[in-house]
Design a protein around this ligand. Structure first.
Ligand code: FCB
Length: 444
């Protein structure tokens, strides 16, 4: 019996900086990730995205590989500094790459799902304050407008922003992602502007362009649980949830920031006047779907010395190589909670996948049993959720390739296709074969 109906979209995903390489070709200017990754000590082994999977040059062969998986759709992102290498200066050659890629996908019957921002902010924008500056709204608007003018009609769905929490909080508060700031004030402003940029982009497409192409935003969501059920640990879990999930879910679906978090954040941020009433209306704009990237649940405990009174706690769950709990049951609880508390929009899992230390064995194959099991469990979870009427309409496996895993460089492999970074050779892993068969049968 088929577990997934014919309309369910199976896909796989990547992002521009993680796979493209060719960072100074055809007029592209540096992004904040070029700057960050070439700053000593920021990325493991000093890795950068300069070559990555060389997808910029190998895209035709790569589309053949995508095709061989039998997926319905491919999610990728556009590198903003290819399109606007300088403020106000459009680069047609940069755009041509995406036109070619989209044409190749469509020729192969693969639906392009395109993310406008997956973290590679042009360095010229960062030099003027980046997302901390309200000017980012103007810059992003002209970028999105140009992309829509050139590509709307060819694209199946648009995703405005990928994981604002990572872009804002990892980038501007924790400093572990580009641009590497460690300042909560900057992070809250960045998050706010990223969220507004989402709202204004949806309006741009729907109102100004009169387009009916589906558009939405993608959040990374991770459910937090108290290590033990003490009041203090419950507070810890609530704060962790506020910092990671509610700070983004509430404005998007309720039009306001959570007041308990405003109280907590005001320990470090004294002036919230950058949040204007009309902003909240924009952020809560109507979309066509809601994208979720899910990897793991997290266990936390109270910790008085931490900024927001929580820290990670010991968990005895099986883990991926990232140290992330494998937690399909908590994934289901997360989706049910979203349905209860936030939204009835169709949900697309825009990323889900796992990192394990793969190797090509003597038979020339990669037997990634653990990744295969991870994917199987999460697909099973989705099938069960849909039986309950949870309306998950698509699944994008992260990732098509082993690629530049941000601060971890090439050390961490998430691909269902193995990449040898010495010679760019691709090897289809067992997980990809499992996925191909599951898609073909619409079953697990
Ligand atoms: C997500 C990112 C993606 C990749 C995966 C492992 O947070 O969107 O680029 O790094 O995690």
């Amino acid at each position: 019996m088929e577990k997934f109906d014919r309309n369910f979209i199976f896909g796989t995903a990547t992002s521009s900086y993680q796979v493209e390489g060719a960072v100074s070709e055809d007029g592209r200017s540096p992004s904040i990730w070029d700057t960050f990754s070439t700053t000593p000590g920021k990325v493991m082994q000093g890795d950068t995205g300069a070559v990555a999977c060389n997808h910029y040059h190998l895209y035709k062969d790569d589309v053949k590989l995508i095709k061989s998986l039998g997926v319905d759709s491919y999610r990728f992102s556009i590198a903003w500094p290819r399109i606007f290498p300088e403020e106000g200066v459009y680069n047609e050659t940069g755009m041509q790459f995406y036109k070619n890629l989209i044409a190749e996908l469509k020729e192969n019957n693969i639906k392009p799902v395109v993310t406008l921002y997956h973290w590679d902010l042009p360095q010229w924008a960062q030099d003027q304050g980046g997302w901390v500056s309200r000017k980012s709204l103007k810059w992003f608007r002209s970028y999105a407008q140009k992309v829509f003018r050139e590509l709307d009609g060819e694209v199946d769905s648009w995703i405005t922003q990928n994981e604002p929490w990572c872009a804002a909080f990892l980038g501007y508060h924790q400093g572990v992602h580009a641009p590497g700031h460690t300042n909560m004030d900057d992070a809250l402003k960045a998050a706010h502007h990223i969220l507004i940029s989402h709202g204004q982009t949806v309006n741009l497409l729907k109102q100004e362009m009169q387009s009916s192409t589906p558009i939405g935003i993608t959040l990374n969501l991770s459910p937090f649980y108290p290590a033990t059920k003490t009041l203090n640990n419950e507070i810890a879990a609530n704060n962790a949830d506020g910092y990671t999930n509610r700070w983004f879910l509430d404005p998007i679906f309720k039009g306001s920031y959570p007041s308990d978090m405003i109280n907590l954040f005001s320990k470090y941020v004294h002036d919230f006047s950058f949040i204007k009433d009309e902003d909240m209306e924009l952020i809560a704009v109507d979309c066509d779907f809601f994208g979720i990237n899910f990897y793991n649940r997290q266990l936390v405990e109270f910790h008085a010395a931490s900024d927001y009174l929580y820290r990670p706690a010991y968990s005895d769950y099986d883990k991926t190589e990232m140290g992330w709990d494998i937690s399909p049951v908590e994934f289901q609880e997360l989706i049910r909670r979203l349905r209860r508390e936030y939204t009835a929009l169709p949900i697309i899992i825009t990323e889900n996948g796992a990192c394990f230390p793969d190797q090509i064995t003597e038979d020339g194959e990669v037997h990634d049993v653990e990744r295969t099991n991870y994917v199987k469990k999460h697909l099973q979870a989705i099938a069960e959720l849909n039986d309950e009427g949870m309306n998950i309409s698509g699944y994008f496996l992260w990732s098509l390739f082993d690629n530049f895993e941000w601060a971890f460089g090439y050390e961490k492999r998430f691909g269902i296709i193995y990449v040898d970074f010495e010679n760019q050779q691709r090897t289809v892993k067992d997980s990809a074969k499992f996925y191909r068969n599951a898609i073909a049968a619409r079953n697990l």
